[in-house]
Design a protein around this ligand. Structure first.
Ligand code: PLP
Length: 268
């Protein structure tokens, strides 16, 4: 039991009758993107690539084309809570992937509904704006995410502009500055930060994984010209798939980076 007083939406344990499943299950907490380019549709597709099942909690419904965000409907917090509770009642969740949040109320609904402790790995993609420029998390929601969700996360996966925005600093142009920003983000409480270097220049796209006592690991791949919507969703979902399958964090990140490179290579 996760709450002191019982309510209709309180989680109960997974039914003893649940059949043994071969495929691990990930809980995806994310918004829908009507274009299918990003968000929940993309997440579930990527999990399928790794033979992982999904249960979901929809945080918002968005109408988007590749060039604009047309409308956003935020799902009421009590419905978000109920979805998370129902997900845990239905399946034994091996890992959680969190994408677009939208508002403080959504962040708080999620924090209240997550199981206590650090037993289930949580990958948090700190989605702030779409590549078309639409705001996907307001300023108050961003503050709530930093304060309340970062300390619960196993891994936070910002790109270069996101880490700057999250810290209220300038966008870094050198690796030394990037490492410092990743360290500052780590100090906000997640167990690890994967800083995606796709927005930097240079022959190679270098991602930095910082964990524990500022332990730094690099992952480099050839820089590809191709861009695609939903690249951030893809990487975070693929990492979550790896963790759900029992991979260690660095191996899960390496496998996920290979998956994104393959996806982009097919388009170039
Ligand atoms: N829309 C939704 C619902 C998302 O979850 C995300 C990213 O997670 C985006 C848009 C941003 O994707 P892109 O940068 O490809 O626009």
């Amino acid at each position: 039991m996760w709450h002191s007083s019982r309510s209709e939406t309180e989680p109960t344990s997974v039914p003893a009758t649940e059949p043994a499943r071969v495929r691990p299950t990930v809980l995806v907490i994310a918004a829908t993107d009507s274009s299918g380019g990003a968000g929940l549709v993309r997440d579930v597709r990527v999990l399928g690539d790794f033979s992982i099942d999904a249960v979901c909690a929809v945080t918002a419904v968005t109408a988007q084309s590749d060039s604009r965000v047309c409308a956003v409907h935020h799902v009421p917090p009590e419905v978000i809570r109920a979805q998370i509770v129902a997900a845990f009642e239905t399946r034994r969740v091996k890992a959680i992937k969190i994408g677009m949040l939208g508002t403080r109320a959504t962040v708080e609904a999620i924090v209240e509904s997550l199981p206590p402790g650090a037993s289930i790995p949580i990958v948090l993609d700190p989605v702030l704006v779409s590549s078309s420029g639409g705001v996907l998390l307001d300023a108050d929601g961003c503050a709530a995410m930093r304060e309340k969700l970062f300390p619960r996360a196993t891994l936070v996966t910002p790109n270069v502009p996101e880490v700057a925005a999250l810290l209220g600093e300038n966008v870094a142009t050198r690796e030394r500055e990037l490492i410092e920003q990743a360290q500052s983000l780590l100090a906000l409480g997640p167990q690890a930060v994967l800083l995606k270097g796709g927005h930097m220049s240079g022959e190679q796209a270098v991602d930095l994984l910082i964990s524990g006592n500022n332990n730094l690991q690099r992952m480099a791949s050839a820089r590809l010209r191709a861009t695609s919507r939903g690249t951030g969703c893809t990487l975070a979902s693929a990492i979550t798939a790896g963790l759900a399958s029992g991979l260690a964090l660095f191996e899960a990140c390496q496998q996920a980076k290979r998956h994104v490179v393959e996806m982009l290579s097919r388009q170039s």
